[in-house]
Design a protein around this ligand. Structure first.
Ligand SMILES: [Zn+2]
Ligand SMILES: [Zn+2]
Length: 373
């Protein structure tokens, strides 16, 4: 650490005492005096080093202000492999106060700019929902716009009626901030025999902003509807709650590399702690010490020194789109994601491919049933 500074200030203290009190009298509490006081204190207290990487941080203290709607508690829980253990129990709002949740999602016309989408058809990739994207869709035979350029926008909660038409629609659900989601996070993660693929079972984790993170959104090619994401990679579920399909804190890199001319308003920090996987492990941004770690496993995780928890297993986001870990190495708690006050919330249950059913994200109708269910 900065061993020079305490030594220097300790020396200057011998002659600087009187001067310091003069300065104090002249102008109260300037920032330079605060810095001096801090340096002096650390010199007096010697080099404790207790503020860095001690590995004893309470994970629940790391959530953003206002992210949790009640204080985190510790409860008995059973995880996927049958083991009985202890979990943190946290509760969040269906509509967080920590982030913007009102889009834009679907643009009104082909010449407006909406949110974003990860297109998985021909010419796959991350796109802004702008004129270029709708031109691409038209060229591939999809009909999202009428002849006058108006985008067909459907509320997926009411979308069944239009599902029999061949027309495509941009899906934009109505927010419902009246209920809560409850998440269980194992205090001590336990690894599964083999990792769980997070593109078919979509629960990824809980972000520090109190927003749940899910894997791949449904394919337009399968379902006909495009559940638009906002420019930070989140959107409203048909049952009204906001959730992420990206780690928002590094999405601008993806947007810029893709040439999507939109901006995410969430502060960008490619090394920050993003949140926790449902198996209890931490998820960090794609970089560590300004580089992408070269020893990541298939789930984009590794054991390495962290700023918050010491040397532990943790995941990293990627610069793919979506940028989430592809799989989960640890066991999720049974009933690890529920709503205590809305049994109509369409939450992925974690019971396997297809368990999410048509509830998550789309009307489900209008295309063939999901393969392999
Ligand atoms: Zn790491
Ligand atoms: Zn979604």
């Amino acid at each position: 650490m900065t061993s020079n500074r305490p030594v220097r200030s300790r020396g200057s203290l011998l002659v600087g005492g009187a001067l310091a009190s003069l300065v104090l009298a002249a102008c109260s509490a300037s920032t330079s005096e605060d810095a001096t006081a801090t340096t002096t204190a650390s010199a007096a207290g010697e080099t404790t080093g207790a503020t860095e990487g001690s590995g004893t941080t309470d994970p629940m203290s790391l959530f953003d202000d206002g992210a949790l709607t009640s204080e985190a508690t510790t409860v008995d829980c059973t995880v996927e492999n049958g083991s009985e253990t202890t979990c943190y129990q946290v509760e969040v709002s269906s509509l967080p106060s920590t982030v913007e949740t009102d889009g834009p999602y679907c643009p009104a016309t082909t010449s407006d700019v909406g949110g974003i989408w990860v297109w998985d058809g021909e010419e796959p990739g991350l796109y802004a929902l702008d004129e270029n994207f709708w031109d691409l869709m038209t060229a591939q035979g999809y009909e999202f716009a009428s002849s006058d350029g108006a985008i067909t926008v459907t509320d997926p909660a009411e979308g069944a009626a239009s599902s029999s038409t061949t027309e495509n629609s941009c899906l934009e659900a109505t927010a419902d901030g009246t209920y809560h989601l409850q998440v269980l996070l194992p205090v001590t993660p336990e690894n599964l025999d083999s990792p769980t693929d997070l593109s078919t079972i979509s629960q990824v984790g809980l972000a520090l902003d109190g927003v749940t993170i899910f894997g791949d959104a449904p394919s337009v090619a399968d379902r006909g509807g495009l559940p638009a994401l906002d420019t930070c990679g989140g959107h409203i579920d048909p049952s009204g709650y906001y959730h992420w399909h990206f780690g928002a804190e590094s999405i601008q890199t993806n947007l810029d590399e893709a040439g999507a001319e939109v901006t995410c308003a969430v502060d960008q920090d490619v090394e920050a702690l993003l949140g926790f996987s449902f198996d209890g492990y931490a998820i960090y941004g794609p970089e560590e010490d300004r580089t992408i770690p070269d020893d990541l496993d298939e789930c984009s995780g590794h054991v390495s020194e962290t700023a918050d928890f010491g040397e532990v297993y943790h995941y990293h986001l990627t610069y793919d789109s979506p940028n989430l870990p592809a799989c989960r190495v640890g066991a999720m708690a049974e009933s690890g994601l529920t709503s205590p006050d809305n049994d109509q919330a369409s939450l992925p249950s974690g019971d396997g491919p297809g368990a999410a059913g048509p509830g998550a994200d789309g009307p489900g109708a209008g295309g063939p049933p999901p393969a392999g269910g």
